[in-house]
Design a binder for this molecule. Structure first.
Ligand SMILES: *[C@@H]1O[C@H](CO)[C@@H](O)[C@H](O)[C@H]1NC(C)=O
Ligand SMILES: *[C@@H]1O[C@H](CO)[C@@H](O)[C@H](O)[C@H]1NC(C)=O
Ligand SMILES: *[C@@H]1O[C@H](CO)[C@@H](O)[C@H](O)[C@H]1NC(C)=O
Length: 342
């Protein structure tokens, strides 16, 4: 159900007024203040969508991101949160790698690559959620997983293969037609691939973080967020559901003659994952004041009048230079950081 819910998201949009917006690409670099704090180069490459100058090797939970940053690459100009995910590469038959370009999502086409972020209130249109507190952060997914697992967490990661085309698809209702899988699709997706990460929706109400960046949050004790499942007693506070979508433009790599001869699919994540089960995502909350709580309480939807917005052109201008320069584009002999495919 989980990985086929996106079409139904569009259908329930009237009752369930989720925030959906783009955050353009800020920087692509090997930095991970959550998993590798203080380390100038994390083992693998990430892309980050946030504000200009506050993404750093360490991110002190006591720092107030909105006051540290000078711009945000997101549509909603009060959102200084950090959103980051791994980067996807194509591995050619000869063993060379090339980074896959990104593209804007449906109706957010002007954004410079980046992530589409959703904050989804409960589907009944009534139940209230508690917005995250300053300093809150979390991680979903497990970078080391290479096998299909049927845990609530593993079910939050999936991929859509736009095999019915991108602009030309018959079902043009966002998020459009296609086939969803838990692993990277093993066929040519003429319209590209969309990657999804859904975050946990229950919180212990106290901890802004935990050593594994996961234990302070949980999934519903029964059912799902979508079905209105209750939070466990250990994590009683219901949060908005965060969803990241990343659109990969795989067009350049449609020629199957470039694909592995053994019939496997050719895409590899920057952390050496050629199946996609290790797909993960990181979040550091950074909305100004109570703006997110207000938006969730108002159930205000995509063009939320309760929130301040900025033009996509301004969001696209919010970029950051990588702290350490290294080659990440063009044909590479290995993944950045010399990461091996495992
Ligand atoms: C980034 O972190 C380093 C080390 O903690 C610190 O010296 C520097 O001032 C920080 N930069 C910004 C822009 O916050
Ligand atoms: C590997 O293959 C790609 C795609 O055919 C090609 O563009 C690239 O130049 C090749 N790299 C090397 C080192 O031969
Ligand atoms: C996707 O990539 C192709 C080939 O490189 C390019 O022609 C096309 O404009 C790109 N599409 C989008 C939506 O960026």
């Amino acid at each position: 159900m989980k990985w086929s819910t996106l079409t139904s998201l569009a259908l329930v949009a009237r009752a369930n007024a989720f925030l959906r917006f783009s955050c353009s690409q800020l920087v692509t670099e090997r930095l991970d203040p959550l998993v590798n704090p203080g380390v100038p180069q994390s083992p693998h490459l990430h892309q980050v969508h946030l504000h200009q100058n506050a993404f750093n090797t360490t991110m002190d939970p006591r720092n107030d991101l909105p006051t540290m940053a000078s711009c945000t690459s997101c549509t909603f100009s009060e959102d200084f949160s950090n959103y980051w995910t791994a980067v996807l590469y194509f591995r050619a038959r000869n063993g060379s790698y090339k980074r896959i370009p990104q593209m804007g999502n449906h109706y957010l086409e002007q954004a410079n690559g980046g992530i589409t972020v959703y904050y989804i209130p409960p589907y009944d249109g009534k139940t209230k959620v508690t917005a995250f507190k300053p300093g809150f952060r979390m991680l979903v997914g497990d970078v080391n997983t290479r096998t299909k697992k049927n845990t609530p967490e593993a079910r939050q990661m999936s991929f859509r293969c736009y095999d019915k085309g991108w602009k030309g698809e018959k079902d043009s209702t966002p998020p459009g037609g296609g086939t969803d899988t838990r692993e990277l699709p093993n066929k040519v997706c003429t319209g590209g691939i969309r990657a999804h990460n859904y975050f946990p929706t229950c919180w212990d109400g106290k901890s802004l973080d935990s050593p594994d960046h996961k234990s302070h949050v949980a999934f519903p004790s029964s059912g799902t967020f979508e079905s209105g499942g209750p939070c466990p007693s250990t994590h009683p506070v219901k949060l908005p559901q965060i969803l990241f979508e990343v659109m990969w433009n795989t067009t350049e790599f449609n020629d199957k003659n470039l694909w592995p001869e053994d019939g496997s699919q050719p895409f590899v994540y920057s952390y050496g994952d050629a199946v996609g089960y290790g797909h993960h995502a990181d979040y550091v909350f950074g909305w100004k004041g109570d703006s997110l709580q207000k938006a969730m309480d108002a159930n205000c939807g995509v063009s939320c009048p309760q929130l301040k917005t900025q033009a996509t052109q301004n969001a696209n201008r919010c970029v950051q230079q990588p702290k350490v320069k290294e080659q990440i584009d063009g044909w590479l002999d290995s993944l950045p950081g010399g990461v091996q495919v495992t």
